[in-house]
Design a protein around this ligand. Structure first.
Ligand code: C5P
Length: 227
């Protein structure tokens, strides 16, 4: 299991200081909407400058018509990121077009599909998608797999189910990880130990790290719990 730290801080400097403090760790760093909209591609290049071995996950969760998604996918790949994501609900045609555009590139990034956001509970999920989380997550994961993507973003609660229904090697990246019972706005949360039990491949942790006074210590604690 690998750790991905979310760089969701309010300024470029704060994100970069966090990345610097973690420069000796073998981890992923996640650049999300807030940071990318504000700072653009310089955040990606700056992270790689701090440590070229940092793996960058560009978490923009794109959703649009197939051609626009494929264009955006190519632009993201050209930034030199190691992974990006799309919404599975954009459909198989769009996901296939994304894959056919990036797979021919020299260093194609890993592409994941977002299934159900971990901030959804059953009731609110059903209001939007008209079905249960489990059913829809399975269908979205199958669509993503059949479209040639490398894996999905899901909650820890769905990781094992997806792997057993689809393929053990299909990557599950799971946000909503907590060290204790605080859950912020996340609903389907789990501990590091539970994520490991559920065969999550990459865990994403944001606020428990960057809201702490000693982020490096929290990262070290998480890595210890991952063993
Ligand atoms: O602060 P926290 O640990 O909740 O951060 C989780 C990160 O993972 C956030 O950057 C959020 O945007 C992202 N994420 C998520 N649920 C998804 C996909 C991404 O929480 N399904």
């Amino acid at each position: 299991m690998e750790l991905c730290v979310a760089l969701d801080l309010p300024t470029f400097e704060a994100n970069i200081n966090l990345a610097r403090s973690l420069r000796h760790k073998n981890i992923w760093l996640k650049v999300g909407l807030r940071s990318y909209i504000r700072d653009g591609e310089k955040i990606v290049s700056e992270i790689k400058e701090i440590n070229p071995n940092f793996k960058v996950f560009l978490d923009l969760k794109i959703y649009d018509i197939p051609n626009t998604m494929a264009d955006a996918a190519e632009s993201m790949a050209n930034l030199g990121v190691d992974m990006f994501n799309v919404h599975a609900s954009s459909g198989k045609v769009a996901m296939r077009e994304v894959m056919s555009r990036v797979s021919g590139l020299k260093k194609p990034p890993l592409v994941l599909a977002v299934t159900a956001l971990t901030s959804f509970d059953e009731e609110n999920f059903e209001l939007v998608y008209g079905d249960s989380i489990d059913k829809k997550v399975n269908q979205f994961a199958k669509d993503a797999y059949e479209s040639g993507l490398g894996g999905v973003v899901c909650s820890v609660l769905e990781s094992k189910m997806i792997k057993s229904n689809i393929d053990e090697n299909f990557i599950t990246l799971t946000p909503g990880i907590r060290l204790n019972s605080d859950s912020d706005d996340q609903k389907r949360v789990a501990t590091v130990e539970f994520a490991k039990e559920q065969n999550s491949d990459i865990i994403v942790v944001g606020r428990p790290i960057y809201n702490s006074k000693e982020p490096l210590k929290v990262v070290e604690e998480i890595i210890k719990r991952m063993q």
